[in-house]
Design a protein around this ligand. Structure first.
Ligand code: SER
Length: 600
């Protein structure tokens, strides 16, 4: 392997594809132009969508570039060895020009001849086929022709080997992904490329974009066959230099060193120390790139991209406290990031001063919130001790959160430090009641008597989520919600499905819902943005605008939906579930009427 830095890798990649007659184009802004369906540019192909759909690109049919990307769907996973919210993607494109043979041959040549990866460490996955789209035997044959043995090629389903569209609609297709075997032991007998244990690291993806996903959810062939590839700079440098994680590469080293230099404390928990450093390094890098972006306009705030930025900065601040880092650190880290990248991204030099001003203002605002909350917490703790108690009620924890903006996790952490317990369920309950109340009030339906019905309606509401998920499981992902209506007497659910359900299918759906009720699964609510919820696979029904704050309800690993609620706290509260009727609603749409049965 060549021991390349990020600078050298970018150079090596662009010149390789230039030698294959690709034009080197500039990467785009991180803030998408004219695209309301995503908050940030998430892939190199994203700014190229019009050209993938057939519009001629001024630079021709073969393009290559480096694209700054932000993906925040996994923000909560940052801190592990692999997840980042910002990364650089190297890409090459064929806009209706070359296709699979060249794409695969060049990928192999670049990886083995130029980066000098040992072919015995290289593994690939290909699309195994689904429905009318067959297994990608052509890709398999092409990899074999390069000399890759059979047992290095894995056909995998759609969830692994289908890419796109980047937003709701647009170009997409089967892909072939390239992995490097780190040499770690397999995590189990089923461990294979695509497994998330860290043995195989994906560094490159070749997407064969032949389809356009329409607003109706169908796939139509594109006018032209495209190739869209993406290689992750951070991961590839990590694999080339044999580092255990991206945070040990030269890319992150100056940032991590700066964090170390500012740290004055080491948490007792060594995992928390590592996680805190990684979160600060990752989130500060992302925030700095967003705030310095030439298109500008994204500032810390409460909705959409602004909210994502706020969340990144606030998480960094929160974790800085575990390391005893003094206030004012965001400016210092941003300077280190600017110094590392300014020769590649001049905006990190030009816009650094405004970036620092915005970071510092947000850091100060959040520190004030945290300090105020900590004072309130101290009062609460004092009162408890005075009365010889050691449990913070859910109501009090909720008040800290709701009135003082003090994050619930901070209450948990401070409580743990002082040997106090917190009533977590009580907090969730208070939170849920509050949401319900504000919804009811804002809907103008806060009338006496409503509460009599609300319990059964709430139960039906949760039953509707279980029903929707069960239909997906039994009929498949095309059984999508078209409408829902709940009265105290019954729930009604309309969904797309071409034919009458069989008695067997109806029974399976009913049984599955009842099984989930018996399993007594907690119904968890989280606040997020539409984009993040979708990235986590949540079903989103009635076209909320991207970036809007939404609540997402999760029922174990069975159901995840964006929804205003209200919902029960645990599926066991439903008692039981019975389908009364399955009938036609309109062409291609079926209707189910069902009830929840009484709690025994
Ligand atoms: N668009 C594909 C990806 O993001 C290839 O670049 O993986």
């Amino acid at each position: 392997m060549k021991q390349l830095t990020a600078d050298e890798l970018r150079e090596e990649y662009l010149s390789f594809f230039a030698s294959k007659q690709h034009q080197i184009i500039s990467g785009a802004s991180l803030i998408p132009e004219n695209d309301p369906t995503v908050l940030f540019t998430t892939a190199g192909m994203h700014p190229l969508v019009p050209y993938l759909l057939g519009q001629p690109h001024p630079a021709g049919k073969r393009l290559t570039d480096v694209q700054k990307c932000v993906r925040t769907g996994d923000i909560d996973a940052v801190g592990d060895p692999a997840h980042l919210t910002f990364f650089e993607m190297l890409g090459n494109w064929s806009l209706g020009d070359y296709f699979k043979p060249e794409a695969i041959a060049w990928s192999y040549e670049f990886l083995t001849k130029h980066l000098e990866f040992d072919p015995k460490d290289l593994y690939v996955t290909v699309f195994e086929g689904e429905g009318s789209i067959p297994r990608d035997d052509e890709a398999i044959a092409l990899w074999k022709a390069q000399g890759l043995p059979d047992d290095h090629i894995f056909p995998l389903p759609r969830e692994d080997n289908w890419w796109g569209p980047a937003g709701e609609t647009g170009p997409c297709g089967p892909d072939t992904e390239m992995f490097i075997d780190t040499g770690k032991p397999k995590c189990g007998p089923d461990c294979r490329p695509g497994c998330h244990c860290g043995k195989y690291i994906e560094i490159w993806n070749n997407v064969f974009m032949q389809y356009n996903k329409t607003a109706e959810g169908t796939f139509e062939p594109l006018k032209q066959k495209n190739v869209d590839t993406g290689m992750g700079v951070e991961r590839t440098v990590c694999m080339l230099t044999g580092k255990p994680t991206v945070f040990e590469t030269e890319i992150f080293q100056p940032i991590i060193e700066a964090i170390d230099a500012l740290s004055t404390a080491t948490p007792d928990n060594p995992e928390l120390a590592i996680k805190s450093k990684r979160i600060i390094a990752d989130h500060m890098r992302t925030a700095t790139f967003i705030l310095c972006d030439p298109k500008g306009g994204v500032k810390p705030g409460n909705i959409g991209a602004n909210y994502v930025l706020r969340r990144l900065i606030r998480r960094a601040v929160r974790y800085s406290r575990f390391l005893g880092i003094a206030p004012g650190f965001t400016a210092k880290i941003a300077e280190v990031i600017s110094a590392k990248y300014r020769h590649v991204y001049p905006e990190l030099e030009h816009n650094l001063q405004t970036c620092i001003a915005d970071l510092t203002a947000e850091e100060n605002r959040f520190n004030q919130t945290l300090d105020k909350g900590a004072q309130m917490f101290a009062k609460v703790a004092e009162q408890l001790k005075l009365h010889n108690q050691n449990r913070i009620s859910g109501k009090t924890a909720f008040k800290l959160y709701d009135t003082f903006g003090f994050p619930f996790e901070m209450t948990l952490e401070l409580a743990a430090e002082q040997g106090l317990e917190v009533d977590k369920e009580g907090f969730e309950e208070a939170n849920r009641k509050h949401q319900e109340l504000s919804r009811t009030v804002s809907a103008g339906t806060f009338k006496a008597g409503l509460q009599d019905h609300s319990e059964v309606v709430t139960r039906m509401h949760t039953a509707t989520h279980l029903l929707h998920a069960a239909l997906h499981q039994v009929l498949g992902p095309d059984a999508n919600q078209k409408g829902s209506n709940i009265t105290p007497e019954r729930l009604r659910f309309d969904f797309t499905w071409p034919e009458k359900m069989t008695d067997e299918q109806i029974k399976q759906v009913e049984d599955l819902v009842n099984e989930k009720i018996k399993a007594a699964i907690p119904v968890e609510k989280t606040m997020t943005t539409v984009e993040e919820a979708k990235a986590q696979g949540a079903m989103a029904l009635f076209g909320s605008k991207y970036g809007e704050q939404v609540s997402m309800y999760t029922i174990g690993d069975f159901s995840k939906e964006i929804c205003g609620g209200p919902h029960v706290a645990n599926t066991s509260e439903l008692g039981g579930f019975k389908i009364l009727k399955e009938q036609s609603s309109s062409a291609g749409v079926r209707r189910i009427k069902a009830v929840v049965t009484n709690l025994s």
